[in-house]
Design a protein around this ligand. Sequence first.
Ligand code: ATP
Ligand code: MG
Length: 186
Amino acid sequence: RASYLGIANRQLKRLGALVESILAMSMERRNSLVMKMESIDLIPFVREIAAAQYMRKEKVITIDVDCPEGEIIIVADKTHLANIINNLLDNAIKYSGDRVSIKVVCTPDGISVSDDGIGIPASSIPYLFDRFYRVPQGNTQNVRGYGIGLYYVKSITDKLGWDISVRSRPGEGTVFTIKFNYRNES
Ligand code: ATP
Ligand code: MG
């Protein structure tokens, strides 16, 4: 119970920080979005976010976090990085049937999130990171969303100098891959 409360508490703090950054984003231009860069111990960071998403229990969720032995230290903004991973996991959970199997892979070069959900038609891929874009499909209309999650993810990865790409096949699943480019390293 203590460990669940700990996770809930940290997620609440994260939500508070998210509200702050959304307010900041609506007041300023997106280009002046401020990043608070710090060293992040990636593996425990990702594991905790995965554990919190797993606790949603809205459907049968399996999340496998696959990381190498040892530490991966990256430099990024903690709040925004957590939001990125949460957005990708949220989508993997939302756009799937009544059960979903998710795999998160962390390497020193990047992170990928794959699911075995409904997938995305090839014709929608070019618009996926556009603001307010949602795949116009009967099967997603009953899932709530604003179409800003991936737009936000792309804004932040751009800001950090990282790349994000997607591979998907309808009915089989989707993989989002983020590559850290270490543009900020000197
Ligand atoms: P929100 O703003 O709450 O995140 P959203 O989930 O609709 O709303 P995005 O996260 O930007 O918005 O995703 C855009 C669209 O891309 C979704 O509406 C969905 O159609 C599609 N999509 C995103 N991730 C996946 C996924 N893992 N599997 C299938 N479709 C996806
Ligand atoms: Mg979303």
